[in-house]
Design a protein around this ligand. Structure first.
Ligand SMILES: Cc1cc2nc3c(=O)[nH]c(=O)nc-3n(C[C@H](O)[C@H](O)[C@H](O)COP(=O)(O)OP(=O)(O)OC[C@H]3O[C@@H](n4cnc5c(N)ncnc54)[C@H](O)[C@@H]3O)c2cc1C
Length: 407
């Protein structure tokens, strides 16, 4: 078995597979490893993605689309419904994927352009020499061996160890993680054209409940609760989820359960070291408001694959070179977006249910197709002046103008 590559990618989720594919397409010799025996299974995801954004990365294959949505409904604590048409909301959830099929397809695409893929192969540690990451120790069917690589890409998800092994601080505080529980339900009366979000401190403190249709009476119904708000009304996220399910889908059958965490920290200080880059959840690149991380992981994976090529071609895989080729680029794109989302998240988690209802009342009759930024700001102002003030950095001049005119 070969034991030397240009690039070793640890973890075959969306981040790892896209990184491997990008590097292999550029002619690098790539090994992609996955600790599980089947890529994409078990799924720990609600599987919602933005359509247009996804199309940027891959040609859509109907085999991995379970639902093609028209939009979303957001329900405030008193049940007020806001409708967001798919094209207006930016389609945060435009497709609901079948990730068991999708993740495997991405890894197959990496293999098709030359990356070697090894499943049931777990990284157990890094090889570090002269302060440079030079490869990793791998375990396959009880046998440990070493693989050397010019660059290691850590794409090992939310429970990532690769960063820690390289001395990068990826620790998450309770306020930086959403703890999630999800059921795949069947036999339920699910609207297959709209996803639903339920917000409010009693429904999901510091988070939300989602209903993402998966076709033919099926849906992913889940909840994320901010770690710092855990136990506020009930001990565990699953207790909130059970109460919700009882009210919304009393006859549903639960056919799958998922538990997991989502980083909502915003960008962390460091995601590279000499000879190493972290991508996706391992680099805490998911969106702090929605918890969505698939597309950010794919974006960052692509940047890391390109950076690996640039650094190896230049014969320089030092931290400085990777900062220039990877850190700077992801922070200017994905990083900027998640930091903006963090500002919004930090405002929203402090709103009372009355604030959320008041905001929903201001927005419920608004035709989002015709809503200007100024309309949105005025609705925010009506609902909660402080909220608009806290969010001013996002809207800058427009927000200042509304505040000036209305105070
Ligand atoms: C309940 C829940 C719902 C979610 N819903 C959505 C959603 O609707 N939309 C969305 O965009 N995001 C959602 N997310 C987040 C999304 O799942 C992640 O952001 C996304 O999977 C990140 O991709 P990744 O490639 O970074 O990591 P992952 O998909 O987690 O892939 C990491 C891979 O690394 C492997 N691995 C780990 N350690 C090792 C090792 N030592 N050696 C080898 N392999 C290893 C793992 O087995 C895994 O396959 C949700 C998350 C949860 C928990």
């Amino acid at each position: 078995m070969k034991d030397r590559y240009d690039v070793l990618v640890i973890g075959a989720g969306p981040a790892g597979s896209i990184a491997a594919k990008t590097a292999a397409e550029k002619g690098l010799d790539v090994l992609l490893i996955e600790k599980r025996q089947e890529i994409g299974d078990p799924v720990r995801c609600a599987e919602g993605v933005n359509k247009e954004y996804l199309k940027k990365h891959v040609e859509i294959d109907k085999q991995w689309i379970c639902a093609d949505l028209k939009g979303s409904y957001i329900f405030s604590p008193d049940g007020t419904r806001i409708e967001m048409a798919e094209e207006i909301s930016g389609g945060e959830v435009g497709y609901v994927l079948e990730r068991k099929v999708f993740d495997r397809a991405l890894a197959e695409q990496a293999a098709a352009v030359g990356a070697e893929v090894r499943v049931k192969t777990r990284a157990t540690g890094l090889i570090i020499e002269d302060d440079f990451v030079k490869g990793a120790r791998l375990m396959h069917l009880g046998k440990e061996y070493e693989v050397r690589a010019s660059i290691v890409i850590g794409a090992d998800g939310v429970e990532s160890k690769v960063g820690r092994w390289a001395g990068i601080d990826t620790a998450l505080k309770p306020i930086d993680i959403e703890t999630c529980a999800q059921y795949l339900i069947a036999g339920a009366d699910v609207n297959q054209e709209y996803c639903e979000f339920y917000i409010g401190n009693e429904v999901a403190p510091g988070g939300y409940v989602w209903v993402f249709p998966k076709g033919e009476g099926k849906a992913n119904v889940g909840i994320g609760i901010l770690g710092s708000k855990m136990g506020k009304f009930k001990p565990r996220p699953v207790d909130y989820l059970n109460d919700f399910l009882q009210k919304r889908f009393p006859d549903a059958r639960i056919v799958e359960m998922v538990f997991g965490g989502v980083p909502v920290s915003g960008s962390i200080e460091k995601t590279s070291a000499n000879g190493l880059m972290l991508v996706g959840d391992a680099a805490r690149q998911s969106d702090p408001i929605t918890g969505g991380g698939i597309l950010n992981a794919m974006d960052a994976g692509k940047l890391a694959g390109e950076a690996a090529y640039a650094a190896i071609s230049a014969g320089d895989v030092s931290l400085g070179k990777l900062e220039e080729e990877y850190e700077k680029k992801w922070r200017a794109t994905v990083g900027h977006e998640i930091d903006m989302s963090l500002i919004v998240k930090n405002c929203f988690i402090n709103l009372t249910d009355a604030d959320l209802d008041s905001l929903a009342h201001s927005l419920k009759d608004v035709k989002f197709e015709r809503m200007s930024l100024l309309d949105l700001l005025q609705a925010l102002f009506k609902a909660n002046k402080k909220l608009l003030w806290d969010l001013r950095v996002l809207f800058k001049d427009a927000a200042k103008e509304v505040i000036k005119n209305r105070t």
